[in-house]
Each structure stands twice: as C-alpha cells, then as structure tokens.
Design a protein around this ligand. Structure first.
Ligand SMILES: [Zn+2]
Length: 367
C-alpha cells in the first residue's frame, strides 16, 4: 500500500497555513497603516516615522508564528515517519508474516525535522523584511507620483500596493531561482520533509523484516522527472539489479521480477524531489501486482490546469481585498473572490474526479 500523496499535503498545510494567515494579516496591517491620514499633507513623513513601531509589532507576531510552526514541523515529521511504518506493517500483513519491529529511530526523525526547520525558521524574518520593503516602497511611490499631479495620493498608493502584492509577498528564492511566497515555500519544505520521513519509516520497517524490494507508486498527478520510475521495482540495499527470480511469498513458485535500480539511484535521478507526489510500497513476490498504464491523459492534465488557474485568481483577489485602501476597492475584490469560487464549483461539477482544494485558494500559492 503506498503512502497517500494527499497525506503529506495535509500535514504540510498545518505549517503553511500558519504563514498564509500571517501574510494576509500583515498585508491588512500595512494597508490600514498606510490608509490612515492619507489625505494629510504630512502623510509621507508620518508614515516613515511610524515604521519602527510597525516593524516591532509585526516582528513580534511573526516570532509567535515561527514558534508555532517549529512545534508543528516536529509533530508532522514524527507522524509521517510513523505513518510510513504503519503502511509497511499493512503491506506485510497481506502475506501473514510474523513482524519484527525496527530499533527505535528517534534520532533519524529528529535529523529529518532539523533539515526541514533549517528551511522554515528563516521564513518569518524574511517575511518581515519583505513587508517592510513593500510599506516603504508604497510611501515613496505615492509621494513621488502625487508631486507630478497625475493621481491622488490614495490612487497612487493603491496602485503601488497592487503591483507589489499582485502575486502575494514574494522573496523566497530556491536553488533553481524560482520565486516563492512564504506559504508555498514552507509547504514545499514540509511536504519534502514529511515525504522523506514517511519513506524512511516504510523502508526501516521493511528492512527490519528482511525485505529488500519496493515499488514506486503511480501518482494520478505525476511529475515529469519521476514519470520513468512509476510502477518500477527498486532495491533498498542495491544487492540486486536487473531481472531476477524470487520465490513467491504466496505459493512458493519462482517469479521473475525486473529490478530497475536502487532507491538511492532513483533518488539521485530526481525521484522524491521537493513537492514530489510519489511514494513506495513493498514489493512482495507473488502478491504484488505492478501498476500499468501509468501515464496521465491530456484531458486530465488540462482539467487540472484549469483548476489551478481558477484557484490562483481566488488567491489574487483575496490579497487585493486585504490590501484595499478604501471600501469600494475591498467590496469589488470580495465580489471577484465569490465569482471565481463559483466558477471553481461549476468546473468541479463538470469534471470527474477533481476535488476542491480550499487551501489552494488561500493567498500566496505559487501553483
Ligand atoms: Zn515526483
């Protein structure tokens, strides 16, 4: 039985939703601060004088978010490891094997949590810096454009705010140079960590019971880099590669199995990359049926893309609402949020098998 890819997503959301909520709160806070006294002649200098206080308050809020996130990361990594172990136990139950438990692996779990925390901990301070930059930039642009006389100050400030927050608060760049928001970035980190923890728990349990072969799952939403590994049998130890014969665990006959490589090879080839949706299950000679027809259909991919597009619109308009400097703008943005939510509902009604992902409609997602 493979680890359900949605499981890691749900665990990761327990951390990333903390940042999605925090970001919306911060944006609302700076929009309110900017709107206050916006008609007054000394607005720009008052706003800059208020920056220190605003920064201190936002910094405190983000420290609390970080503390909560650290606790959640430790909890979800531990849970994912145990879930991986439990799935291996279920795999082994199908062949009625007397099971041995592996030695306790607290250190392995702590190491995986520490790796994830290395990515998650700096997010708060960076979010603080990014919000502060947006605030200063809006003050600067609004003052400059009003001097030119083309716009009122409110219009100029709203214009700058919209442009700077159009796709959430950016500022998290990964090693491939892609730009993420706090939410998508932490989700990626935690999903990667929980995915690795689940696989580690699974592998540990299988190896403790003398099993060496696993199968890579067939993900309904596959990633290009993992596509060649879908449904393939891998060796944990690396002891066997190529076509081999193994005794069936059900009736004792010999069965031929093609071992495509080792788990380490598949990993260095990109399998189980950040945000990967694949997982593993035990390969039990004679009992495991390998998946066939693992490719996604084009129609399915198009439906998915349409859903992602509509979700991005919902998130964009939610940000717009949080950063509105007056009621009319906020009302118009709210109406757009509702309209796109209705379109998502009818899209899902018209397509088979897609499920609504409310968390994806939250602010700040990259996909
Ligand atoms: Zn993948």
């Amino acid at each position: 039985m493979p680890v359900d890819p949605g499981y890691g997503e749900r665990l990761a959301r327990r951390v990333s939703s903390l940042y999605a909520t925090a970001e919306l709160t911060l944006l609302r806070r700076i929009a309110n601060a900017l709107a206050q006294g916006i008609e007054a002649p000394e607005w720009a200098s008052v706003k800059l004088a208020q920056l220190d206080l605003l920064r201190a308050r936002i910094g405190q809020e983000l420290d609390a978010v970080t503390e909560q996130a650290v606790g959640e990361v430790r909890a979800v990594i531990g849970q994912a490891f145990q879930a991986g172990q439990a799935l291996a136990v279920a795999d082994l139950d199908t062949i009625d094997l007397e099971q041995r438990l592996p030695p306790a692996r607290a250190a392995a779990v702590e190491r995986l949590a520490a790796e994830t925390l290395q990515v998650v901990r700096p997010v708060g301070p960076r979010l603080l810096r990014a919000t502060q930059d947006i605030y200063q930039q809006v003050v600067a642009e609004a003052s400059a454009n009003v001097v030119l006389g083309a716009q009122t100050r409110r219009e100029a400030a709203q214009h700058a705010l919209d442009r700077l927050t159009r796709s959430g608060v950016r500022g998290f760049r990964d090693s491939a140079g892609r730009n993420w928001t706090a939410e998508t970035y932490t989700e990626m980190a935690v999903r990667t960590g929980t995915g690795q923890a689940a696989i580690q728990g699974h592998v540990d349990q299988l190896q403790a019971n003398g099993l060496d072969l696993i199968v890579v799952s067939d993900s309904p939403r596959e990633c290009k880099v993992c596509r060649p590994w879908e449904g393939k049998v891998l060796s944990l130890s690396g002891g066997v590669v190529g076509t081999i014969e193994r005794e069936s665990l059900t009736d004792g006959r010999m069965v031929r199995v093609k071992v495509a490589g080792t788990l380490d090879e598949a990993r260095s080839d990109g399998l189980f990359h950040p945000n990967c949706r694949h997982s593993t299950s035990a390969y039990l000679p004679g009992a495991t049926r390998l998946p066939t027809k693992t490719a996604d259909t084009d129609a399915r991919v198009a439906e998915e893309q349409r859903q992602r597009y509509l979700e991005r619109q919902v998130r964009a308009w939610k940000t717009r609402e949080a950063t509105a400097l007056d009621d009319t703008t906020a009302r118009a943005a709210r109406a757009k949020v509702r309209a796109y939510q209705a379109r998502i509902r009818s899209h899902l009604d018209a397509t088979d098998g897609l499920t609504r992902k409310s968390a994806r409609e939250q602010v700040g997602r990259a996909r």
